[in-house]
Design a protein around this ligand. Structure first.
Ligand code: KG4
Ligand code: ZN
Length: 352
């Protein structure tokens, strides 16, 4: 089944051409530079960026050099998969409208994909430069953390060869990536903060600044990152700039450590409680090497296998993961029946 997948939920314009769950081509056009000077994603700027990029990105994903060639190649596509939510409304809208337009113009079937399901299923993407074959065992427990969400999800197979997702823990306020982005902003480090914090943290002392661990109660599987951010703010707010600059590495290391510690601790508690057959982790924050190392260490202690996205570009936003999620929805016949009625769903949740 040839699938064209489209993803525009935040600041990356993405399209991928898939054969079932295998990637033929995955294109990502990042708008980071557009938003960097504002210190975060500006929804209406994102919309404009997507509007400019979506056509060329889809053409590239189809492997076409001209519009005429793209028209011909889209004829071979059977299904169009698009992220319907959750995400920024003005950004989502561009992808959803483009998908509807293409589905109608070329008479294609349409599937609407949940972005978080996509992140979880990024571990299922096959064939990017010989990705090793993976074997999944259910029920499994998935951790997914990005700039927009932080969730611990129980994943089971459903009766149609797809999946059932049940959130067992999630953030009560900011997302893990958002916390790193905000802390980086406080330190004057620019956007997105996660990768910069990681680079600095490598050479810093993680015990330099003691930060609290909110929701310390072991019975709670939820996350809270806003308390961490506030405490960080109050600890450094009266420091002279030169003091902050002198300790940039240590401050980044201390904050990153508090985020990693919280992510791993609650995921471990959930694994002990739910006793899954195996674990997966994904989402933009999983690009962080120290976090990956700590999760592998944790899984080993629990004697559970853990899969993480094998390629860096499968952690952050991409359309290959939307293609895989779309493939499983299509297999189960979960089509959008009335194309005109599909709308972006900024607060979309898993289906019950
Ligand atoms: O999945 P993603 O590309 O977009 C959303 O759905 O939000 O995730 C972006 C988030 C940002 O908060 C960014 O700072 C964080 O992932 N991130 C990282 C790293 N690379 C990206 N966080 C920590 N370490 C990294 N290397
Ligand atoms: Zn994302």
């Amino acid at each position: 089944m040839k699938i064209l997948a489209i993803e525009t939920s935040c600041d990356d314009t993405c399209a991928a051409l898939m054969e079932d769950d295998r990637v033929i081509r995955s294109i990502i056009s990042s708008q980071t530079d557009l938003h960097a000077r504002w210190g975060g994603v500006v929804p209406n700027l994102a919309r404009r960026g997507h509007q400019e990029n979506i056509g060329p990105v889809i053409q590239k994903a189809l492997g076409a050099k001209t519009t005429e060639e793209a028209e011909r190649k889209i004829g071979e596509v059977e299904v169009i998969a698009v992220t319907a939510g959750p995400g920024l409304a003005p950004a989502l809208e561009v992808g959803v409208e483009e998908a509807k337009k293409l589905a109608k113009k070329y008479g294609k079937k349409l599937v609407a994909v949940n972005h978080v399901e996509g992140h979880i299923l990024s571990n299922w993407v096959k064939n990017i430069n010989g990705l090793p074959k993976r074997k999944f065992e259910f029920p499994l427990l998935a951790l997914t953390v990005s700039g927009g969400h932080s969730k611990i999800v129980r994943v089971e197979r459903d009766n149609e060869g797809g999946f059932r997702f049940e959130t067992v823990g999630e953030t009560l306020d900011d997302a893990g990536g958002e916390a790193l982005d905000k802390a980086a902003k406080m330190l004057g480090l620019g956007y997105p903060g996660g990768p910069v914090m990681e680079r600095l943290a490598k050479d810093g002392d993680k015990d330099f600044l003691k930060l609290p661990q909110p929701l310390a109660d072991n019975n709670i599987l939820n996350y809270s990152f806003s308390g961490l951010k506030t405490s960080f703010y109050y600890k450094i707010k009266d420091w002279p700039e030169e003091e902050i600059n002198k300790n940039l590495f240590n401050l980044a290391a201390s904050f990153q450590e508090a985020v990693i510690e919280m992510l791993v601790r609650k995921f471990r508690l959930a694994a002990v409680k739910y006793q899954p057959k195996m674990l997966t982790a994904s989402g933009g924050v999983m690009a962080n090497k120290e976090l990956r190392r700590r999760l592998r260490e944790m899984a080993k202690k629990l004697e559970r296998k853990i899969y993480l996205p094998a390629k860096k570009e499968l952690n952050t936003d991409n359309a290959a993961m939307i293609g895989v999620a779309g493939f499983y929805r299509a297999k189960g016949g979960r089509w959008v029946n009335e194309v005109d009625k599909l709308e972006r769903q900024p607060r979309m949740d898993f289906e019950r």
